[in-house]
Design a protein around this ligand. Structure first.
Ligand code: PMP
Length: 412
Protein backbone atom coordinates (compact mmCIF):
# COMPACT_ATOMS: atom_id res chain seq x y z
CA UNK A 1 0.00 0.00 0.00
CA UNK A 2 1.36 3.42 -0.88
CA UNK A 3 2.49 5.54 2.05
CA UNK A 4 0.57 8.39 0.45
CA UNK A 5 -2.87 6.84 0.81
CA UNK A 6 -5.06 7.89 3.74
CA UNK A 7 -4.55 4.48 5.38
CA UNK A 8 -0.81 4.76 4.78
CA UNK A 9 -0.75 8.11 6.57
CA UNK A 10 -2.81 6.71 9.45
CA UNK A 11 -0.38 3.79 9.89
CA UNK A 12 2.50 6.23 10.09
CA UNK A 13 0.72 8.09 12.90
CA UNK A 14 -0.60 5.02 14.72
CA UNK A 15 1.10 1.66 14.21
CA UNK A 16 -2.01 -0.11 15.59
CA UNK A 17 -4.24 1.42 12.94
CA UNK A 18 -5.27 -1.90 11.40
CA UNK A 19 -6.05 -3.54 14.74
CA UNK A 20 -9.02 -1.57 16.01
CA UNK A 21 -12.46 -3.15 16.30
CA UNK A 22 -14.98 -2.01 13.69
CA UNK A 23 -16.89 -0.07 16.30
CA UNK A 24 -13.86 2.17 16.96
CA UNK A 25 -14.42 3.75 13.56
CA UNK A 26 -17.46 5.48 15.09
CA UNK A 27 -15.17 7.26 17.56
CA UNK A 28 -14.03 10.40 15.80
CA UNK A 29 -13.06 13.76 17.25
CA UNK A 30 -15.45 16.53 16.44
CA UNK A 31 -14.26 18.67 13.54
CA UNK A 32 -14.57 21.78 15.64
CA UNK A 33 -12.48 20.51 18.54
CA UNK A 34 -9.29 22.29 17.46
CA UNK A 35 -11.14 25.56 17.09
CA UNK A 36 -12.62 25.17 20.54
CA UNK A 37 -9.12 24.91 21.97
CA UNK A 38 -8.50 28.35 20.48
CA UNK A 39 -11.89 29.52 21.68
CA UNK A 40 -10.98 28.79 25.29
CA UNK A 41 -8.47 31.67 25.26
CA UNK A 42 -9.64 34.27 27.79
CA UNK A 43 -10.08 37.03 25.19
CA UNK A 44 -12.63 34.92 23.27
CA UNK A 45 -16.24 35.14 24.44
CA UNK A 46 -17.40 31.56 24.19
CA UNK A 47 -21.08 31.01 23.57
CA UNK A 48 -20.16 27.47 22.55
CA UNK A 49 -19.87 25.18 25.58
CA UNK A 50 -22.65 23.95 27.84
CA UNK A 51 -20.82 24.41 31.14
CA UNK A 52 -23.05 25.15 34.12
CA UNK A 53 -22.17 28.26 36.12
CA UNK A 54 -20.94 26.33 39.18
CA UNK A 55 -19.57 29.52 40.77
CA UNK A 56 -23.17 30.26 41.73
CA UNK A 57 -23.01 27.36 44.22
CA UNK A 58 -22.25 28.47 47.79
CA UNK A 59 -18.94 26.76 48.52
CA UNK A 60 -19.66 26.36 52.23
CA UNK A 61 -22.68 24.15 51.49
CA UNK A 62 -20.54 21.74 49.50
CA UNK A 63 -17.66 21.94 52.00
CA UNK A 64 -20.02 21.21 54.90
CA UNK A 65 -21.43 18.12 53.17
CA UNK A 66 -17.97 16.95 52.24
CA UNK A 67 -16.48 17.25 55.70
CA UNK A 68 -19.51 15.60 57.36
CA UNK A 69 -19.24 12.67 54.95
CA UNK A 70 -15.55 12.25 55.75
CA UNK A 71 -16.00 12.51 59.52
CA UNK A 72 -19.13 10.34 59.75
CA UNK A 73 -18.79 7.84 56.88
CA UNK A 74 -15.19 8.18 55.71
CA UNK A 75 -14.34 4.50 55.20
CA UNK A 76 -17.62 3.90 53.30
CA UNK A 77 -17.05 6.95 51.10
CA UNK A 78 -13.56 5.75 50.19
CA UNK A 79 -14.61 2.14 49.54
CA UNK A 80 -16.19 0.33 46.56
CA UNK A 81 -19.96 0.29 46.80
CA UNK A 82 -23.06 -1.21 45.21
CA UNK A 83 -23.05 -1.38 41.41
CA UNK A 84 -26.57 0.03 41.43
CA UNK A 85 -25.71 3.02 43.62
CA UNK A 86 -26.07 4.17 47.24
CA UNK A 87 -29.61 3.33 48.48
CA UNK A 88 -30.06 6.61 50.39
CA UNK A 89 -29.24 8.63 47.28
CA UNK A 90 -31.62 6.54 45.18
CA UNK A 91 -34.39 7.38 47.68
CA UNK A 92 -33.62 11.08 47.26
CA UNK A 93 -33.60 10.69 43.46
CA UNK A 94 -37.17 9.36 43.77
CA UNK A 95 -38.19 12.62 45.46
CA UNK A 96 -36.55 14.65 42.70
CA UNK A 97 -38.31 12.69 39.97
CA UNK A 98 -41.63 13.07 41.80
CA UNK A 99 -41.38 16.79 40.95
CA UNK A 100 -41.96 15.79 37.32
CA UNK A 101 -44.82 13.44 38.09
CA UNK A 102 -42.83 10.21 38.21
CA UNK A 103 -43.62 7.51 40.73
CA UNK A 104 -41.25 4.57 40.77
CA UNK A 105 -39.53 1.99 42.92
CA UNK A 106 -36.12 2.78 44.33
CA UNK A 107 -35.09 -0.66 43.09
CA UNK A 108 -35.42 0.45 39.45
CA UNK A 109 -32.94 3.32 39.72
CA UNK A 110 -29.35 2.75 38.60
CA UNK A 111 -26.84 5.46 39.53
CA UNK A 112 -24.34 6.14 36.75
CA UNK A 113 -21.23 8.22 36.09
CA UNK A 114 -23.22 11.14 34.72
CA UNK A 115 -26.16 10.51 32.42
CA UNK A 116 -23.58 10.23 29.64
CA UNK A 117 -22.65 6.80 30.97
CA UNK A 118 -26.31 5.81 31.13
CA UNK A 119 -26.60 6.74 27.44
CA UNK A 120 -23.63 4.52 26.72
CA UNK A 121 -24.94 1.57 28.74
CA UNK A 122 -28.43 1.68 27.26
CA UNK A 123 -26.98 1.84 23.74
CA UNK A 124 -24.61 -1.02 24.52
CA UNK A 125 -27.55 -3.13 25.72
CA UNK A 126 -29.82 -2.53 22.75
CA UNK A 127 -27.90 -1.64 19.60
CA UNK A 128 -26.48 -4.07 17.09
CA UNK A 129 -24.60 -2.49 14.18
CA UNK A 130 -27.14 -1.03 11.74
CA UNK A 131 -30.04 -0.86 14.24
CA UNK A 132 -31.93 2.40 14.16
CA UNK A 133 -32.01 5.06 16.86
CA UNK A 134 -34.59 7.74 16.16
CA UNK A 135 -33.38 11.12 17.42
CA UNK A 136 -34.65 14.65 17.13
CA UNK A 137 -33.25 16.89 14.40
CA UNK A 138 -31.05 18.34 15.85
CA UNK A 139 -29.95 16.16 18.81
CA UNK A 140 -27.42 16.19 21.66
CA UNK A 141 -23.90 15.88 20.23
CA UNK A 142 -22.74 13.56 23.03
CA UNK A 143 -25.59 11.14 22.37
CA UNK A 144 -24.90 11.12 18.64
CA UNK A 145 -21.29 10.21 19.51
CA UNK A 146 -22.44 7.28 21.66
CA UNK A 147 -24.88 5.97 19.05
CA UNK A 148 -22.17 6.17 16.39
CA UNK A 149 -19.70 4.34 18.59
CA UNK A 150 -22.09 1.35 18.61
CA UNK A 151 -22.61 1.68 14.84
CA UNK A 152 -26.25 2.64 15.09
CA UNK A 153 -28.06 4.17 12.15
CA UNK A 154 -29.29 7.53 13.46
CA UNK A 155 -32.50 8.67 11.83
CA UNK A 156 -33.47 12.26 12.60
CA UNK A 157 -37.06 13.31 13.25
CA UNK A 158 -38.12 16.93 12.76
CA UNK A 159 -39.12 19.25 15.57
CA UNK A 160 -40.91 22.59 15.79
CA UNK A 161 -41.41 25.01 18.65
CA UNK A 162 -43.51 22.39 20.49
CA UNK A 163 -40.79 19.74 20.22
CA UNK A 164 -40.81 16.48 18.29
CA UNK A 165 -43.53 16.41 15.61
CA UNK A 166 -45.76 13.31 15.93
CA UNK A 167 -46.41 13.06 12.17
CA UNK A 168 -42.68 13.24 11.47
CA UNK A 169 -42.17 10.40 13.95
CA UNK A 170 -44.82 8.28 12.20
CA UNK A 171 -43.19 9.02 8.83
CA UNK A 172 -39.72 8.06 10.12
CA UNK A 173 -41.06 4.75 11.47
CA UNK A 174 -42.70 4.00 8.12
CA UNK A 175 -39.53 4.99 6.24
CA UNK A 176 -37.31 2.75 8.35
CA UNK A 177 -39.81 -0.11 8.05
CA UNK A 178 -39.75 0.21 4.24
CA UNK A 179 -35.96 -0.06 4.35
CA UNK A 180 -36.30 -3.23 6.42
CA UNK A 181 -34.46 -1.72 9.38
CA UNK A 182 -35.03 -2.48 13.05
CA UNK A 183 -35.78 0.53 15.23
CA UNK A 184 -34.60 0.00 18.79
CA UNK A 185 -35.45 3.26 20.54
CA UNK A 186 -36.48 6.87 20.27
CA UNK A 187 -33.97 9.16 21.97
CA UNK A 188 -35.66 12.37 23.06
CA UNK A 189 -34.81 15.41 25.21
CA UNK A 190 -38.28 16.72 25.98
CA UNK A 191 -37.35 19.69 28.18
CA UNK A 192 -35.27 22.73 27.18
CA UNK A 193 -33.72 20.71 24.43
CA UNK A 194 -29.99 20.62 23.82
CA UNK A 195 -29.37 22.23 21.34
CA UNK A 196 -32.81 23.39 20.13
CA UNK A 197 -33.97 25.08 23.35
CA UNK A 198 -37.62 23.98 22.84
CA UNK A 199 -39.88 21.88 25.10
CA UNK A 200 -42.18 19.06 24.04
CA UNK A 201 -45.74 20.23 24.67
CA UNK A 202 -47.95 18.48 27.23
CA UNK A 203 -50.42 17.53 24.46
CA UNK A 204 -47.78 15.80 22.36
CA UNK A 205 -46.29 13.68 25.13
CA UNK A 206 -48.99 10.99 25.26
CA UNK A 207 -49.21 10.98 21.46
CA UNK A 208 -45.46 10.42 21.01
CA UNK A 209 -45.59 7.66 23.61
CA UNK A 210 -48.58 6.00 21.93
CA UNK A 211 -46.83 6.01 18.55
CA UNK A 212 -43.80 4.30 20.10
CA UNK A 213 -45.93 1.81 22.01
CA UNK A 214 -47.84 0.89 18.85
CA UNK A 215 -44.57 0.34 16.95
CA UNK A 216 -42.88 -1.57 19.80
CA UNK A 217 -40.19 1.09 20.22
CA UNK A 218 -38.60 1.90 23.57
CA UNK A 219 -38.42 5.57 24.58
CA UNK A 220 -35.15 6.91 26.00
CA UNK A 221 -36.13 10.13 27.76
CA UNK A 222 -33.11 12.29 28.61
CA UNK A 223 -33.92 15.04 31.07
CA UNK A 224 -30.94 16.84 32.57
CA UNK A 225 -32.49 20.35 32.34
CA UNK A 226 -36.12 19.83 33.46
CA UNK A 227 -35.76 21.56 36.84
CA UNK A 228 -34.12 24.63 35.30
CA UNK A 229 -37.35 26.27 34.15
CA UNK A 230 -37.59 30.07 34.01
CA UNK A 231 -41.27 30.72 33.52
CA UNK A 232 -43.46 27.78 34.42
CA UNK A 233 -42.95 24.16 35.40
CA UNK A 234 -42.42 21.63 32.65
CA UNK A 235 -45.20 19.17 31.72
CA UNK A 236 -45.03 15.76 33.43
CA UNK A 237 -42.25 13.49 32.18
CA UNK A 238 -43.07 10.93 29.47
CA UNK A 239 -42.01 8.30 32.04
CA UNK A 240 -44.89 9.44 34.27
CA UNK A 241 -47.25 8.04 31.59
CA UNK A 242 -45.67 4.61 31.19
CA UNK A 243 -43.33 2.61 33.38
CA UNK A 244 -42.75 -0.32 31.03
CA UNK A 245 -41.71 1.35 27.80
CA UNK A 246 -39.58 4.30 28.92
CA UNK A 247 -36.03 4.55 30.22
CA UNK A 248 -35.65 7.91 31.94
CA UNK A 249 -32.26 9.56 32.44
CA UNK A 250 -31.54 12.22 35.07
CA UNK A 251 -28.41 14.01 36.21
CA UNK A 252 -26.98 16.20 38.96
CA UNK A 253 -24.68 17.91 36.44
CA UNK A 254 -26.86 20.92 35.69
CA UNK A 255 -28.80 21.26 38.93
CA UNK A 256 -25.77 20.80 41.18
CA UNK A 257 -22.35 20.31 39.56
CA UNK A 258 -20.97 18.13 36.75
CA UNK A 259 -17.69 17.56 38.59
CA UNK A 260 -19.38 14.95 40.80
CA UNK A 261 -20.16 12.92 37.66
CA UNK A 262 -23.40 11.52 39.07
CA UNK A 263 -26.49 10.81 37.01
CA UNK A 264 -29.03 8.02 36.91
CA UNK A 265 -31.27 5.81 34.82
CA UNK A 266 -34.77 4.79 35.85
CA UNK A 267 -35.46 1.67 33.83
CA UNK A 268 -38.46 -0.61 33.39
CA UNK A 269 -38.09 -3.36 35.96
CA UNK A 270 -37.35 -5.97 33.28
CA UNK A 271 -34.42 -3.95 31.92
CA UNK A 272 -32.92 -2.79 35.19
CA UNK A 273 -31.05 -5.99 36.02
CA UNK A 274 -29.22 -5.97 32.67
CA UNK A 275 -28.41 -2.31 33.17
CA UNK A 276 -26.83 -3.00 36.56
CA UNK A 277 -24.78 -5.84 35.06
CA UNK A 278 -23.64 -3.58 32.23
CA UNK A 279 -22.72 -0.84 34.73
CA UNK A 280 -20.78 -3.29 36.88
CA UNK A 281 -18.89 -4.59 33.89
CA UNK A 282 -18.00 -1.03 32.84
CA UNK A 283 -17.05 0.57 36.18
CA UNK A 284 -17.78 -1.93 39.04
CA UNK A 285 -19.67 0.83 40.86
CA UNK A 286 -20.24 4.57 40.60
CA UNK A 287 -18.14 6.81 42.90
CA UNK A 288 -19.16 6.17 46.52
CA UNK A 289 -17.54 9.44 47.49
CA UNK A 290 -19.51 11.60 45.05
CA UNK A 291 -22.78 9.85 45.82
CA UNK A 292 -22.43 10.26 49.58
CA UNK A 293 -21.49 13.94 49.30
CA UNK A 294 -24.51 14.60 47.07
CA UNK A 295 -26.75 12.61 49.40
CA UNK A 296 -25.54 14.60 52.42
CA UNK A 297 -25.94 17.85 50.50
CA UNK A 298 -29.54 16.94 49.58
CA UNK A 299 -30.30 15.96 53.18
CA UNK A 300 -28.83 19.09 54.78
CA UNK A 301 -29.06 21.99 52.30
CA UNK A 302 -31.99 23.83 50.82
CA UNK A 303 -31.30 22.22 47.43
CA UNK A 304 -34.52 23.44 45.85
CA UNK A 305 -33.66 26.99 46.95
CA UNK A 306 -30.30 26.53 45.29
CA UNK A 307 -31.92 25.35 42.07
CA UNK A 308 -34.21 28.40 42.20
CA UNK A 309 -31.19 30.67 42.45
CA UNK A 310 -29.61 28.87 39.46
CA UNK A 311 -32.83 29.56 37.57
CA UNK A 312 -32.53 33.27 38.41
CA UNK A 313 -28.94 33.39 37.12
CA UNK A 314 -29.82 31.60 33.88
CA UNK A 315 -33.06 33.51 33.31
CA UNK A 316 -31.17 36.82 33.41
CA UNK A 317 -28.60 35.45 30.95
CA UNK A 318 -31.29 34.13 28.62
CA UNK A 319 -33.03 37.51 28.69
CA UNK A 320 -29.75 39.26 27.93
CA UNK A 321 -29.06 36.97 25.02
CA UNK A 322 -32.54 37.35 23.50
CA UNK A 323 -32.47 41.14 23.90
CA UNK A 324 -29.01 41.36 22.34
CA UNK A 325 -30.03 39.14 19.41
CA UNK A 326 -33.09 41.31 18.78
CA UNK A 327 -30.96 44.44 18.94
CA UNK A 328 -28.00 43.35 16.80
CA UNK A 329 -29.25 40.56 14.56
CA UNK A 330 -32.95 41.24 13.89
CA UNK A 331 -32.73 39.55 10.46
CA UNK A 332 -32.09 36.12 12.04
CA UNK A 333 -34.58 33.82 13.73
CA UNK A 334 -34.07 31.88 16.95
CA UNK A 335 -35.90 29.74 19.47
CA UNK A 336 -37.04 31.19 22.81
CA UNK A 337 -36.14 28.71 25.58
CA UNK A 338 -38.22 28.67 28.75
CA UNK A 339 -35.39 27.03 30.64
CA UNK A 340 -32.07 25.26 30.24
CA UNK A 341 -28.97 26.65 28.56
CA UNK A 342 -29.42 27.07 24.81
CA UNK A 343 -30.77 29.20 21.98
CA UNK A 344 -30.89 27.70 18.47
CA UNK A 345 -30.33 30.24 15.74
CA UNK A 346 -31.25 29.97 12.06
CA UNK A 347 -29.03 31.91 9.66
CA UNK A 348 -30.02 33.44 6.34
CA UNK A 349 -29.78 30.98 3.39
CA UNK A 350 -26.47 32.29 2.13
CA UNK A 351 -24.55 31.50 5.33
CA UNK A 352 -22.85 28.33 6.54
CA UNK A 353 -22.27 28.17 10.30
CA UNK A 354 -19.34 25.78 10.06
CA UNK A 355 -17.51 27.74 7.38
CA UNK A 356 -18.11 30.94 9.35
CA UNK A 357 -16.64 29.68 12.63
CA UNK A 358 -12.93 30.48 11.93
CA UNK A 359 -13.92 34.04 11.14
CA UNK A 360 -15.95 34.24 14.36
CA UNK A 361 -12.99 33.03 16.39
CA UNK A 362 -10.84 35.70 14.72
CA UNK A 363 -13.45 38.20 15.91
CA UNK A 364 -13.11 36.67 19.40
CA UNK A 365 -16.50 34.97 19.68
CA UNK A 366 -17.27 31.24 19.51
CA UNK A 367 -20.47 29.25 18.99
CA UNK A 368 -21.23 25.64 18.13
CA UNK A 369 -22.08 25.10 14.46
CA UNK A 370 -25.38 23.30 13.87
CA UNK A 371 -23.62 20.47 12.02
CA UNK A 372 -22.35 19.11 15.35
CA UNK A 373 -25.93 18.15 16.24
CA UNK A 374 -26.79 16.17 13.13
CA UNK A 375 -25.62 12.70 12.13
CA UNK A 376 -26.50 13.31 8.47
CA UNK A 377 -24.66 16.50 7.57
CA UNK A 378 -27.61 18.81 8.34
CA UNK A 379 -27.44 21.98 10.41
CA UNK A 380 -25.23 24.20 8.25
CA UNK A 381 -27.75 26.99 8.51
CA UNK A 382 -27.94 26.79 12.29
CA UNK A 383 -25.82 27.49 15.29
CA UNK A 384 -26.20 26.88 19.01
CA UNK A 385 -25.60 29.69 21.45
CA UNK A 386 -25.18 28.87 25.15
CA UNK A 387 -26.05 31.48 27.74
CA UNK A 388 -25.22 29.38 30.82
CA UNK A 389 -21.60 30.29 31.41
CA UNK A 390 -20.72 33.83 30.21
CA UNK A 391 -21.75 36.82 32.31
CA UNK A 392 -24.55 39.04 30.93
CA UNK A 393 -21.92 41.64 29.99
CA UNK A 394 -19.94 39.05 28.03
CA UNK A 395 -23.11 37.78 26.37
CA UNK A 396 -23.77 41.33 25.12
CA UNK A 397 -20.19 41.62 23.85
CA UNK A 398 -20.35 38.16 22.26
CA UNK A 399 -23.57 38.87 20.36
CA UNK A 400 -22.20 42.23 19.15
CA UNK A 401 -19.13 40.41 17.80
CA UNK A 402 -21.31 37.73 16.23
CA UNK A 403 -23.29 40.46 14.48
CA UNK A 404 -20.05 41.88 13.07
CA UNK A 405 -19.16 38.43 11.71
CA UNK A 406 -22.59 37.71 10.24
CA UNK A 407 -23.02 41.16 8.72
CA UNK A 408 -19.50 40.88 7.29
CA UNK A 409 -20.36 37.53 5.70
CA UNK A 410 -23.61 38.89 4.25
CA UNK A 411 -21.76 41.81 2.66
CA UNK A 412 -19.50 39.47 0.69
N1 PMP B 1 -27.83 14.67 27.95
C1 PMP B 1 -27.87 15.94 27.55
C2 PMP B 1 -29.03 16.40 26.74
C3 PMP B 1 -26.85 16.82 27.91
O1 PMP B 1 -26.93 18.09 27.51
C4 PMP B 1 -25.77 16.35 28.68
C5 PMP B 1 -24.61 17.24 29.07
N2 PMP B 1 -24.32 18.28 28.26
C6 PMP B 1 -25.77 14.99 29.06
C7 PMP B 1 -26.82 14.17 28.69
C8 PMP B 1 -24.66 14.39 29.87
O2 PMP B 1 -24.61 14.94 31.13
P1 PMP B 1 -23.85 14.30 32.36
O3 PMP B 1 -23.09 13.10 31.88
O4 PMP B 1 -22.95 15.36 32.87
O5 PMP B 1 -24.92 13.92 33.32
Amino acid sequence: MSENTEAGQAIKLDPWFGHYADRASGLSASEVRALFAVASRPEVVSLAGGMPFVRALPEDLINGALSRVMSEQGPTALQYGSGQGVPALREQILEIMALEGISASVDDIVVTTGSQQALDLVTKLFINPGDVVLAEAPSYVGAIGVFRSYQAHIEHVDMDNDGLIPDALRAAITRMGAEGRTIKFLYTIPNFHNPAGVTLSAERRPEILQICQDAGILVLEDNPYGLLSFDEDVPPAIRSLDEDGVIYLGSFSKTLAPGFRVGWALAPHAIKEKLVLAAESAILCPSSFSQLVISEYLASADWMGQIISFRDVYRERRDTMLTSLAEHLPELSWTVPNGGFYVWVTLPDALDSKAMLPRAVTELVAYTPGTAFYADGGGRQNLRLSFCYPTPENIRIGIRRLATVINGELDL
